[in-house]
Design a protein around this ligand. Structure first.
Ligand code: THU
Length: 124
């Protein structure tokens, strides 16, 4: 599956976003190493900060389905990932990320999206 095909899956699933407060639908589609596509959307809440981004619903689903960090090759997102979701993408060790930003199609690694990452191993 090409990055463009994966992004098309993200575009299609964005129609299922629950975003009555922002009216900004976001879709995410992640490709696993075993060739499975897992999709998610943003899910908002009347208590605004409780809303969840599309990337987080996607990876939460993936974890429930038995996938683990390192099991993902590409994440395609219909919008530029927010700062918190960049941290999620780093945690999940996604190899590559493709997303739309304005009219542009952007391809980046997680290191490019979030340089100098926090390493919880340094807490010990
Ligand atoms: N949103 C995402 O789903 N992912 C991002 O990375 C950026 C923001 C959602 C959150 C909220 O429901 C809406 O977009 C507007 O911020």
């Amino acid at each position: 599956m090409t990055d463009e095909e994966l992004l098309a899956r993200a575009d299609a699933i964005a129609a299922r976003a629950y975003a009555p407060y922002s009216n900004f639908n976001v879709g995410c589609a992640v490709l696993t190493r075993d060739g499975v596509v897992i999709e998610g959307v943003n899910v908002e809440n009347a208590a605004y900060p409780l809303g969840v981004c599309a990337e987080r619903t996607t990876f939460s689903r993936a974890i429930v389905q038995g996938y683990l960090p390192g099991d993902f090759t590409v994440a395609a997102i219909t919008a530029s990932p927010c700062g918190g979701c960049r941290q999620w993408l780093a945690e999940m060790q996604v190899e590559r990320v493709v997303f739309r930003n304005g009219g542009r199609l952007v391809h980046m690694t997680v290191d490019e999206l979030l340089p100098e990452q926090f390493d919880a191993g340094e807490l010990a």
